[in-house]
Design a protein around this ligand. Sequence first.
Ligand SMILES: Cc1cc2nc3c(=O)[nH]c(=O)nc-3n(C[C@H](O)[C@H](O)[C@H](O)COP(=O)(O)OP(=O)(O)OC[C@H]3O[C@@H](n4cnc5c(N)ncnc54)[C@H](O)[C@@H]3O)c2cc1C
Length: 381
Amino acid sequence: MTEQLDPEHLDFQSMCRTFTDKQVRPLVAEAEAEGFPALELWREMGAAGLLGLMTPEEHGGSGQDPLAVAIVAAELSRAAGGMAIGPMVSAYMAGTHIVEYGTAQQRQRWSAPLAAGEAIASIAVTEPGAGSDVAGITTKAVATDEGYRISGQKMYITNAGYADVIIVGAKTEPDLGHRGITTFLVEAGSEGLSVGAPLSKMGWHSSDTREVVLEDVLVPHSAVLGDLNRGFYQIMTAFQLERIVLAAMGVGHAAEALALATRYVCDRMAFGAPLIEKQVVRHKLATMEIELDTARLITFLAASQLSAGHPDAARTVAKAKYHAAVAAARVVDDAVQLHGGSGYVEESDIARHHRDVRILRIGGGTDEVQLDILAKAFVSG
Ligand SMILES: Cc1cc2nc3c(=O)[nH]c(=O)nc-3n(C[C@H](O)[C@H](O)[C@H](O)COP(=O)(O)OP(=O)(O)OC[C@H]3O[C@@H](n4cnc5c(N)ncnc54)[C@H](O)[C@@H]3O)c2cc1C
């Protein structure tokens, strides 16, 4: 069901699908074992234009729109969530901060290499004591004559072990709560910057997630990204595209799960006939398709509204993030059920999708955070 895409986006979807089939799928098993996709694949993604969709042409991108980003996130996730998330974080969760808020010099330094897949970025907001509550972060950046001295601890940071640059959220005015946060560009190799060992996760095995520690890291004044004390608002704005990426990843998992389950029940014989001949099995596939289509529709709608600056965009993004993550989890779980015991074997494709899909209800704002955004409209008075 792709009718809502115009011809340009349909062509782009077809290109992303071919890229995923030919260049990503063959590398999944190795990347899942290694904990990271080969750096060569990052460069191939860059060369195919998959990492510079939101980057202006003068900085090496193609200046497209959030719908194109949703398409690439969905298509890559059909191979594996872990293969998609690292590049999506670098390009569309961290890199977009530089595109949106960077100075000419910062864009010059980072945007083209990130779009080309020759550099990798992380975004470090979450801390051991503050995730959903972004305003509760305690990492501090103290102004000095030479620059800012940043100290604190960040948790669950994607790409941290491979990042050339980390965008760090820190309090520049600790007493001002969310009005006292600034974002900084912290380069790999900075004195006092260290990362922990890769975290062993339930899923996303082909992505890198680590703790990041900043011990009195000195960055120049020119490392401030965007406006002083406006970091919270910048992060909240960037969350819109981040949530579209995560919703779209749910769409990719659900689409792949439905395809895998359909193939399986056509081939699997039970009680003298293929499983597909049982009406209850076909009903299950039908409900999975409804969940997939509604998730895709609202995700593409959210992306289109974001691109058009529609007044409902933030609410639609919250609905898409919530619904696509929840629907995808149900579809993938139903697909495991249809696979029977073979779906529980760890190296099966459907088991990997089951492991990978769960995080979508947590990362980038949990289900509850999305419902809270929507619930505000119902407060009386
Ligand atoms: C694999 C992985 C990769 C990640 N990558 C990154 C990254 O690259 N950069 C980064 O900065 N972060 C990253 N994160 C962090 C992620 O964004 C957070 O885990 C997420 O925002 C939730 O925060 P938390 O874990 O602190 O949970 P908490 O905020 O402690 O929430 C725990 C539970 O309480 C609920 N809850 C919290 N507040 C409320 C409330 N007001 N009302 C009702 N319920 C509430 C939540 O919904 C949740 O169910 C990553 C996490 C994982 C697991």
